[in-house]
Design a protein around this ligand. Sequence first.
Ligand SMILES: Cc1ncc(COP(=O)(O)O)c(C=O)c1O
Length: 446
Amino acid sequence: MSRILHRSLRGTLPVAVSAKGITITDSDGKAYIDASGGAAVSCLGHQHPDVVAAMHAQIDKVAYAHTGFFTTETAEALADTLVADAPPGIEHVYLVSGGSEAVEAALKMARQYFVEAGEPERSVFIGRRQSYHGNTLGALAVGGNEWRRRQFAPLLVDVGRVSPCYEYRDRKPDESPEQYSERLAAELDAKIREIGPGRVIAFVAETVVGATLGAVPPTPGYFRRVREVCDRHGVLLVADEVMCGMGRTGTLHAIEQEGVAPDLMAIAKGLGGGYQPVGAVLASARIVEAFRKGSGMFQHGHTYIGHPVAAAAALAVQRVIKRDKLLDAVKSNGAHFAARLAETLGNHPFVGDVRGRGLLMGVELVEDRPAKRPFAPALKLHARVKAEAMRRGLMTYPMGGTIDGQLGDHVLLAPPFIASRADLDEIVSRLAGAIDAATASLQRAA
Ligand SMILES: Cc1ncc(COP(=O)(O)O)c(C=O)c1O
């Protein structure tokens, strides 16, 4: 019996013994194509020699130095790179060890900013339904993933809640995508007014919604309108790009494609590509200036912030992405992947929607296509698809509760940027087989 408290106490997991490129192999010798990058993490695939070498070199120099005593050349170089490539106004980097830590730090930065700026009455965040920002209590509070929140709700701070930007289900038939964006921005405006404009700290949103909705990009103009609303009320915009950022959608930051800059941005997963636990908050100059003029510090910290080996891994990952022009590959292979998914699954009787951007794609499963009616949650179709895909040597990231935390199933795909078109075709083919087998198993059970 395993002594690890695994994510599930039921069932057993295969043991990963080796990994290379887009493949992980278990102790029985079975190989799995990593079509989800774990949870949209492994952007360079596995065991990339340049990243492994950079980590070895850093370990041989300085494996750890506490940031209360020292900085390191590697962490400084990573911060310089991240700022050089950041949206306008972003000038500082706070290095942490993962996505939840990044979001948590961003929330505290936003709050401290208003305390330093003489507006301490700002104490409320606004988030969206069906969003995920992490599992620590602050991040969980701001997130709108009902299933993840439910039992911990009594421990979570109150947050203002608005609708997600979920075109497939929520755009009205007589509404253009732009009008839909406008309506959602008006809802945010109304929510800020309801709470009291001087009481709101920030609006927090995933630029492209990841695991909770299944790769849902914003409609045109959505973030532009949101930015206007935030500015009108002096509210900060916090972009959570933990999953969708660092190249996954074809630009380094997904929000670049929206033509706006956030005040704070959380990044993680693709930053270090899974080679080390690493995340970061990218902060705009005005926030850090307020700290500089005020208390002279950000009142936060963890033992492992700015970890040199994590920084070395992230720096190497980012250098490889640039050197090998992998953002271009994400754009062009992403278009190929989307086309193949649409061709193969677009007319599938149990596929309602294929969406996404770059190499972050989602497939929403429905029992009735015209009515967009989901399968009964008790059937756990998402879990069946995951099991069928694993049987076929394919790692995907399916999830249930797509619509409201209970109803709906989708499959998230986030293959490594190094995947070839032939690899992507193989992923689509195995996924189609898994969906067919999973839905057929439901029909047999009925
Ligand atoms: C959008 C988003 N934010 C935050 C997180 C939390 O990141 P982590 O699991 O590294 O704490 C995740 C993880 O899936 C995420 O997708």
